[in-house]
Design a protein around this ligand. Structure first.
Ligand code: C5P
Length: 333
């Protein structure tokens, strides 16, 4: 399975709800940083001495392994210490049943009564704890892979419901392209986004926990208004106008992410100063995203190269990666 990262074009966050989540207007955009997720039947295990039957897989008997290869369009920043890059982030990926991909396997087995023990291998290209929904992407891929492997062939709507039970960003990883998410982000409506966009991402050596960024948001914005889709963003997106879109990018979580990691402000300024059409923290951060134009013009006018070069030279980020969007959601290879 191949499954993309996301960046948020708008992330409007309402007040904290009674269930602890926040109502969002979350404009998701899938980009060409892909994790590859391989699900296989696990080798047969020794018979259970208790004699109890065992048919369904559970998170506990899902073996998770992980590797990382730097994306093809990645380059190291000045000042990067040896052993950096995505490989150094792997320690943050849990290999037990708490991994969201293992939880996806367990949830599908429980809901369908099918399943057999499997192994899940994650070949990571999406930053870990980077605000690009890498864990959600892996869960979406594991869900779809087991659906096929076990012959469930559930309708997309049912799979999307299971995905929503796993996490707010998981349904979008199944859907891909560009969509607005409402509720806690799981109620999706596709948005037309004509013309591919070119992006540069600055990866941080640090991770940020989504829950702690939302907690900081509550502290900074106790009186947050109800979230609304920004009409300027919707118009720019529908019109395929990268400059207008760049000017309309917003993220209500950015202030909270900057409060937790103040150095991100300098990263954003570096990319903007080099000519990016728009700059923002991706989701709950700490990855910073820079829109550099339509897919044809960004390379031709040198804007992308200038942004990459300035970020690489800044010593502020761990890695700089170029990508385009939008791209499809989780896909069987
Ligand atoms: O849904 P997910 O498990 O990805 O959310 C992770 C954490 O992010 C939640 O536990 C919650 O603290 C926060 N969150 C939120 N409101 C949302 C989505 C996530 O407060 N709409």
């Amino acid at each position: 399975m191949r499954v993309p990262a996301k960046v948020n074009l708008q992330l409007a966050v309402g007040p904290r709800r009674e269930d602890g989540f926040h109502d969002l207007v979350n404009v998701f955009h899938a980009v060409s940083l892909f994790d590859e997720v391989t699900v296989r039947e696990a080798p047969p295990r020794q018979p259970n001495p208790s004699g109890a039957g065992e048919s369904a897989s559970s998170g506990a008997d899902t073996g998770v392994s992980v590797t990382a290869a730097d994306p093809p369009e990645a380059s190291a920043c000045a000042g990067l210490t040896a052993g950096g890059g995505l490989g150094s982030h792997l320690a943050r990926v849990p290999l037990d049943e708490s991994n969201l991909a293992a939880r996806a396997v367990a949830l599908l087995a429980e809901r369908t009564g099918r399943g057999s023990p499997v192994t899940v291998h994650l070949d990571k290209h999406i930053p870990v704890a980077g605000g690009m929904a890498g864990g959600s992407a892996d869960a979406a891929a594991a869900l779809l892979a087991c659906d096929r492997l076990w012959g469930c062939d559930l309708p997309p709507r049912t799979l999307a419901g299971y995905a929503a039970d796993l996490g707010s960003d998981v349904p979008f990883a199944l859907m891909g392209a560009t969509a607005v998410g409402m509720g806690r982000g799981e109620i999706l409506r596709p948005l037309a986004a004509p013309g591919r966009l070119r992006w540069v991402f600055a990866l941080s050596p640090h991770g940020l926990s989504t829950a702690s960024v939302f907690g900081e948001y509550d502290r900074l914005r106790p009186d947050a208004p109800e979230p609304r889709l920004d009409p300027a963003l919707a118009t720019a997106l529908a019109g395929g106008d990268p400059a207008a879109l760049g000017a309309a990018l917003t993220n209500d979580l950015q202030e909270a992410a900057l409060s937790l990691l103040p150095e991100l402000e300098r990263t954003l300024k570096t990319g903007s100063g080099a000519g990016a059409l728009g700059a923002l923290v991706s989701g709950s951060g700490p990855t910073c995203a820079f829109l550099v134009g339509g897919v044809d013009e960004a390379e031709a006018d040198g804007r992308e190269a200038a942004v990459v070069a300035e970020l690489e030279g800044s010593g502020l980020c761990e890695q700089v990666v170029s990508a385009y969007g939008d791209v499809p959601g989780a896909t069987v290879l």
